[in-house]
Design a protein around this ligand. Structure first.
Ligand code: MF3
Ligand code: CO
Length: 270
């Protein structure tokens, strides 16, 4: 396993990609409402890419047909946008990646529509908070699986959730998916020691039931085997040359969320 080490200049390009992704996800989040289709959200992302001169990273990836992944309710990840109107009470999960100057950004969120079941809201909140704890645990000098352990232990502290085992986070840089693979569960203290120059995409995927999944006949959509509701959050973050983290796909670099966990972000990309 070789982990790609990036220079500050390369991280500047990754930040440009991250901002494009963050902006597009914000545009999509604002557009999500009863009656809107995920194909309309896909078009919003495609338009934003065009306006920023960026390239979609999902379109054509192993034959993937769209610019975003859109997964609703018991669909957890890799759902293909379609004409189904969004309903009240849906959990809508949007995953999106872009390339700028040859460098990637990858990020995802889940959001509830209109009146959300409180247990579904807690599922999403738990998933998002576990992602931030994973990023906070993935500092310079930590072992890779300290991230995995932080994610799993937080999720388990919040209730009985299924943590997907077949999918996880990944290195990111000149390609979307690079070494290392990052499990969302496991013991701390294993794997490579994290150094400055690394960028990782952290993406917990959880359900209110079983961790077991199935893939639909479209060959993409990952659903929970027991049809329980799912959630997915993702950010791409970097360990910058000053040894501090910076969340490339968060508009504020992750400053607020990481400060709440006692972590100071780098100023090198500000
Ligand atoms: N963004 C997803 C991930 O984080 C990958 C999307 S699969 C694709 O791993 F085919 F749509 F690109
Ligand atoms: Co990813």
């Amino acid at each position: 396993m070789v982990i790609q080490i990036k220079t500050l200049e390369q991280f500047r390009s990754m930040r440009k990609a991250g901002i494009v992704v963050a902006e597009a996800l914000e545009l999509m989040k604002s557009a999500i409402a009863i009656g809107v289709t995920t194909l309309e959200l896909d078009a919003i992302a495609a338009d934003h890419l065009k306006s920023r001169g960026a390239i979609p990273s999902f379109l054509g990836y192993h034959g993937y047909p769209n610019v975003i992944c859109a997964s609703i309710n018991h669909e957890i990840v890799h759902g293909i946008p379609n004409e189904r109107p969004i309903h009240a009470g849906d959990i809508v999960s949007i995953d999106f990646g872009a390339i700028v100057e040859g460098w990637h950004g990858d990020s995802a969120f889940s959001v509830g529509v209109d009146k959300v079941n409180p247990a579904d809201q807690k599922l999403m909140d738990t998933c998002e908070a576990s992602m931030w704890r994973g990023i906070a645990a993935g500092s310079v000098g930590a072992h890779l699986t300290d991230i995995s352990f932080a994610i799993e232990s937080y999720i388990n502290s919040q209730g009985n959730y299924g943590i997907l085992r077949e999918y996880g986070g990944h290195g990111i840089g000149s390609e979307m998916h690079m070494d290392p693979h990052i499990l969302n569960y496991g013991q701390a203290g294993f794997g490579p020691i994290l150094t400055a120059g690394i960028a990782l995409a952290i993406e917990p995927m959880i359900t209110r039931g079983s961790a077991k999944t199935k893939i639909l006949s479209d060959d993409w959509t990952v659903i929970s085997a027991d049809k329980s509701m799912g959630a997915h959050f993702e950010h791409s973050y970097a360990l910058l040359p000053d040894g501090k983290p910076f969340v490339l796909t968060a508009l504020d670099g992750g400053r607020a969320k990481l400060a709440a966990l006692g972590i100071e972000i780098s100023d090198l990309l500000s």
